[in-house]
Design a binder for this molecule. Structure first.
Ligand code: GH3
Ligand code: MG
Ligand code: MG
Ligand code: MG
Length: 324
């Protein structure tokens, strides 16, 4: 569940990731109906970038959907309609954001305005000043890199905000949000929008900490989380509620199915001892409360409360059991 970028795994700091991502070197695709001119552009831009050129607009569209940082487009091409090509580029999801630098005829002002209107990012007039072209290309690529960097940073922050660092399960913030959504759907009244939750509390967990130490306790929590994840279904959302307590949110799941999953988790925990890193084998059990939504007017709070009451009753009646 914890998604990490490859840069993260490589141990790079945010600053290093940033520095690398805003480098002004990139993959440049040149689209020009004139192969000789394309080659000239390629020689120049090749000083700064990895370049390829294409004279066929259809093929160029396909290439642009790949790992391309900048398209340099000859807007004065006669063999195809360059404005239409930009319009196509901007309509497709994969290329919508692709930076385009267009080579224009300075006296064709209408064409230039239309190109900018369609989302061309910058223009260079003919005859092309190669230093100007290279400078504008670098700027476009830096800008793209910076946008990518911000997007990645945001994705990573969102991931961290909803993930429990010890178990890599989702945390209570995630649970609250999705439970609210599920109960709002439920309250619109469709029968298939029934919701169940499991609340799970590890039995006598303090004894683990007291006997084997806090680190062993952490190991048990991690292993419990792993078994929980393995024994729920893909649509279920197992979350660490706090401490040694967990909640599984089960959208579209009635009581009978929830009970079945709860019993499966309970037995997978109780029937196979937990192996600690130091070699100890621990018998672990868990008490589980199951609650299912009761129709329009039911709330997230009362659903969780009923599951919690199930846990309480399970503890009272001897632990290692599931109570509805
Ligand atoms: P019961 O069967 O009644 O649930 O008994 P219990 O010992 O599990 O009782 P309780 O829920 O009161 O105790 C939970 C303990 O879990 C208390 C706390 O010190 C410990 N704990 C909470 N979070 C963590 C954690 O992240 N790591 C470790 N190692 N221990 C934790
Ligand atoms: Mg507890
Ligand atoms: Mg307790
Ligand atoms: Mg407990």
């Amino acid at each position: 569940r914890a998604r990490e970028s490859s840069s993260r795994r490589a141990g790079l700091t945010d600053q290093a990731v940033y520095d690398r991502q805003i480098s002004a070197t990139g993959n440049v695709l040149i689209l020009d109906d004139n192969a000789r001119q394309a080659e000239r552009l390629m020689m120049q831009l090749g000083e700064d970038h990895r370049c390829a050129y294409e004279t066929d607009p259809e093929k160029a569209l396909k290439i642009a959907a790949g790992r391309v940082d900048l398209v340099v487009l000859n807007l004065t091409a006669k063999a195809f309609d360059a404005l239409r090509w930009v319009a196509h580029l901007r309509t497709h999801e994969a290329t919508r954001q692709r930076p385009v630098l267009a080579i224009i005829n300075a006296d064709e002002r209408k064409v230039m305005l239309k190109a900018l209107e369609l989302g061309v990012n910058d223009v260079v007039p003919r005859p092309v000043d190669m230093l100007e072209l290279r400078a504008r290309a670098r700027t476009q690529i830096k800008r793209k890199r910076y946008g990518d960097f911000l997007r990645n940073t945001l994705d990573r922050s969102l991931e961290l905000a909803i993930t429990d660092p010890l178990t890599h399960l989702n945390n209570r913030r995630f649970l609250d949000h999705h439970l609210n959504l599920a109960m709002a759907r439920h309250n619109r009244g469709a029968a298939e929008d029934v919701v169940s939750v499991l609340m799970l509390d590890i039995d006598h967990f303090k004894r683990v900490n007291d006997t084997y130490g806090h680190d062993a306790g952490d190991e048990v929590i991690r292993e419990f989380a792993r078994r929980l994840s393995l024994n729920v279904r893909a649509i279920d959302m197992p979350c660490r509620f706090g401490g040694e307590e967990f909640v599984v949110l089960m959208p579209g799941t009635d009581q009978a199915d929830a009970l079945h999953i709860a019993e499966r988790v309970r037995s997978q925990v109780a029937d196979t001892p937990f192996a600690l890193a130091d070699g100890h084998l621990l018998d672990v059990t868990v008490s589980v409360g199951v609650a299912t939504s009761r129709g329009v007017g039911d709330s997230p709070e009362s659903l969780l409360k009923r599951a919690d009451e199930g846990v309480y009753e399970a503890k009272q009646s001897g632990r290692n059991r599931v109570i509805v």
